[in-house]
Design a protein around this ligand. Sequence first.
Ligand SMILES: C[S@@+](CC[C@H](N)C(=O)[O-])C[C@H]1O[C@@H](n2cnc3c(N)ncnc32)[C@H](O)[C@@H]1O
Length: 277
Amino acid sequence: MNYRHAFHAGNAGDVLKHLVLAAVLERLKAKPAPITVLDSHAGAGLYELDEAGGEWQQGIGRLARHPAPTWPAVAGPYAAVLGDDWRLYPGSPLVALRCLREQDRLIACETEAEVADDLAAAIGRDPRAAVHRRDGWSALRAFLPVKAGRAVVLIDPPFEAAGEFDLLARHLVEAAKRASTAIVIGWYPVKGRAAADRLHQALRGAGVAKTLAVELLTQPDHDATRFAGSGLIVIRPPWQLDEALAADLPGLLALMGYAGTGSTRIEWLTGEMQAED
Ligand SMILES: C[S@@+](CC[C@H](N)C(=O)[O-])C[C@H]1O[C@@H](n2cnc3c(N)ncnc32)[C@H](O)[C@@H]1O
């Protein structure tokens, strides 16, 4: 599948995904234990946002009209990652690396040769990072559990092929079970409610505790022919991240000018009490 993320880079889905990734890593850094980020579908790493247009205009372009100090607190680590040069927009591996410390590691997987080369170039010589040109789904099995410290897993498939919602559900659960302390994050598009609700239902019944769903919708989600926004599944989110997102995402949506059409959702699909298996 010849997917190019460049057209989508910096859209509202990226804002949610990268904001949450940065917020998760910021909270983990409160402890000295090393962090390994496993990014199964990594993309090119850096994207020049084209003046002529692109989905970024409906995403980071709207947020960046407002000075970063006015963004809600949960977006602080994301703002720090972007700095002043958000037009050279960082994808998830670069968001991770900009958050990570010396003792931390990034494993980034990408199947497209050209994209993997671009990613390696965007990263440059960084001893914390390894780029693998390989299938990300099987990488979850190959690299988990990590040898030391805490893992943060990001599963961000292109959603071009049929069955990717099922693949995502299956691999989120498998990764969470293989790596019993990992934070496992999966991104999904919302186009009508049916597929997202089925994903939520699958995760409710999967026997994995502490599964949070977070959605940032810029449009109403009742029309199955139209993208409404996107969501993240976050298994084992850091303490009180749910509260921070619930408090701050509505303000972020309003800042982006979507208060009239959009909505946010923060919902625990499974809680503390559910057995792991
Ligand atoms: C949505 S984009 C990733 C965006 C990136 N995670 C970010 O947030 O900046 C999906 C990427 O996955 C790659 N891809 C598609 N199938 C893959 C697979 N089976 N394993 C690894 N990468 C894959 C595509 O080439 C594309 O670059």
